[in-house]
Design a protein around this ligand. Structure first.
Ligand code: 13P
Length: 263
């Protein structure tokens, strides 16, 4: 890791109703405090969870006094209007979120989201003052065809477009190889590091070294306690976006502890 503050995020996807979400958020907060105290003031780890949209407000109320950050799992790019079933960035903020995941591969693959749609969401989040967590990642076919970096960089360029470095100051990128999500297969630390370094090099080329050094690039795809420390100790891996292992405190808290250990 580096001077960048490690960021550990739990993407709960379509799991946990309101009581379960409030209970789990409380367990995470209870575990975070002793970890932060033991690490001392010079070591910080940011921890974020993305509950289902219907649980966001209740979770936000229940953890209001804590350092736990909350994210939406998706948003619409329009602030309001005749968009049945959609939620705007401002409404996510209203419910207590400070961050929002966009471009998750499940949204791209199952809901047909394009780079152009993700670019609009990114702009809408920045305008509403939310931190975007932009997901990119290749499929197994693309990896096997040697297209990994090309695919990931095209997704990055497609989302960032002509946004300036100052507009992107808060950006977080999550590299999630599609073949590693929910499969138990993790990219090797060296393979993940290579893609993270390519993402940072692209950011440096497009927006300058200062933004490239500031943006946190998370790894996602079957992150668990047993592989977190090795992944997080790579120089360009600044945190993790965790799916399955974020659904219980027993699985998630050791990943937070691993981030403190390498911070
Ligand atoms: P898993 O950790 O379950 O592989 O999911 C990763 C993910 O999709 C996080 O957004």
């Amino acid at each position: 890791m580096s001077a960048r503050v490690p960021f550990i995020a739990g993407n709960w996807k379509l799991h946990h109703n309101i009581p379960a979400a409030v209970a789990l958020a409380g367990q995470i907060v209870d575990a975070m405090e002793p970890l932060a105290r033991a690490a001392g003031p010079s070591k910080t780890v940011e921890v974020c969870i993305a509950p289902v949209a219907t649980a966001l407000y209740a979770v936000a109320q229940s953890v209001a006094e804590s350092e736990l950050l909350l994210a939406g799992q998706n948003c619409h790019h329009e602030p309001q209007g005749a968009f049945t079933g959609e939620v705007s960035p401002a409404l996510l903020r209203d419910a207590g979120a400070s961050h929002c995941i966009i471009g998750h591969s499940e949204r791209r693959a199952l809901f047909g989201e394009t780079d152009a749609a993700i670019a609009l969401k990114l702009r809408a989040l920045l305008e509403a003052g939310l931190v975007p967590i932009l997901c990119v990642g290749e499929t197994l076919e693309q990896r096997d065809a040697g297209e990994t970096e090309g695919v990931v960089i095209a997704q990055l360029r497609g989302a960032l477009g002509d946004l300036s470095a100052s507009a992107l100051a808060t950006l977080i990128v999550a590299y999630e190889p599609v073949w590693a999500i929910g499969t138990g297969r993790t990219a090797s630390p060296a393979d993940a590091q290579a893609v993270h370094a390519a993402i940072r090099a692209e950011l440096a080329a497009s927006h300058g070294d200062s933004l490239a050094q500031a943006v946190r690039v998370l790894y996602g795809g079957s992150v668990k306690a047993s592989n977190a420390a090795e992944l997080l100790s790579q120089p360009d891996i600044d945190g993790a976006l965790v799916g399955g292992a974020s659904l219980s405190s027993e699985l998630f808290v050791p990943i937070i502890a691993a981030a403190y250990a390498v911070a």
